[in-house]
Design a protein around this ligand. Structure first.
Ligand code: 3PG
Length: 288
């Protein structure tokens, strides 16, 4: 089975999609991929959902398609029959969770308080949607949950947009954020796929959350020297990011690699590293 924890972490953003017509499925899927996303949650809020899942699952095999807003066993069955690879539900419904576990399909139920987290944990579920995120306390609530449920990873969804996603991304118990703003139903219906691609790219840039570090004090790793060949032409730049590990994963498709020995580690966590990207002359010192 796919490692969803890793997939969601590296994607960082799960588009929550409400789509009325299967005719728009391919255009939407192309836009997501062009923007850098390879995960899609198609919600059962429209009749077209199963057809759209089937369409994207067959035409875009490099996208992992899941079903969202699943609240009945019939919908689980329809999702499975259409080729959905995971199930998301807004709330924690033990019978739906058990049903999914019995069918061997990953399920990510919604929770927003400790009692629900514990019920989910008792079923062996430790990757949970946190919904509705903003009105349930948002970043503060997730921070509070972090100290007691260190084994749980959350996917906050509900009220997250580009203006607040960076705060969520800096929490180490946040696997990814879910959101509909990048795939607004009116944009899909109007076939405005360029705009969807632009929104996705912009969100991903914000998620990496680069901030220039001007004083240079934050980077304490061994500075790569010119004699090693790195940075001989372009010097180096230092930037801060809310999640170093995710940013490195997001830069991987560009061929980014960490310069061996440049990592700075605090406890067990890597908090700094120097990265080179083919075609980019400067070394990038990333600090968390
Ligand atoms: C969901 O189903 O996960 C939410 O409706 C998405 O919330 P948002 O529209 O605020 O992103």
């Amino acid at each position: 089975m796919k490692d969803f924890k890793e997939l969601f972490f590296e994607t960082g953003l799960i588009p929550v999609i409400k789509i009325e017509s299967v005719n728009m499925a391919d255009g939407l899927a192309d836009a997501l991929l062009a923007g850098g996303l390879s995960v899609a949650e198609i919600t059962f809020r429209t009749k077209a959902a199963p057809q759209v899942i089937e369409k994207i699952a067959s035409s875009h095999k490099n996208i992992v398609v899941g079903a969202g807003t699943v609240t009945t066993k019939e919908e689980v069955n329809a999702a499975l029959a259409s080729g959905a690879q995971f199930i998301v539900s807004p709330g924690f419904n033990p019978s739906i969770c058990e049903y999914c576990i019995g069918k061997d399909i990953p399920v990510f139920p919604g929770v927003n308080n400790p009692s629900l987290v514990e019920q989910a944990l008792s079923m062996g579920l430790n990757v949970l949607k946190f919904f509705p995120a903003e009105v349930s306390g948002g970043v503060k609530a997730l921070n509070a949950l972090k100290s007691v449920y260190q084994q749980v990873s959350f996917i906050p969804t509900g009220g997250i947009q580009e203006n607040n996603i960076r705060e969520y991304m800096s929490l180490n118990n946040v696997l990814a954020c879910g959101g509909s703003w990048i795939v607004a139903p009116e944009l899909i219906e109007a076939g405005k796929f360029d705009e969807i691609e632009r929104l996705v790219k912009s969100a991903r840039r914000t998620m990496m959350g680069f901030l220039p570090v001007v004083d240079g004090n934050k980077f304490s790793g061994p500075a790569p020297t010119n004699s090693s060949g790195w940075g001989s032409e372009g010097g180096s730049i230092e930037v801060q990011t809310p999640s170093l590990k995710r940013t490195i994963a997001m830069l991987a498709p560009l061929g980014a690699s960490i310069i061996p020995g440049s990592e700075t580690v605090k406890g067990k966590t890597m908090v700094g590293a120097s990265v080179v990207i083919p075609g980019v002359k400067s070394i990038i010192h990333l600090v968390e």
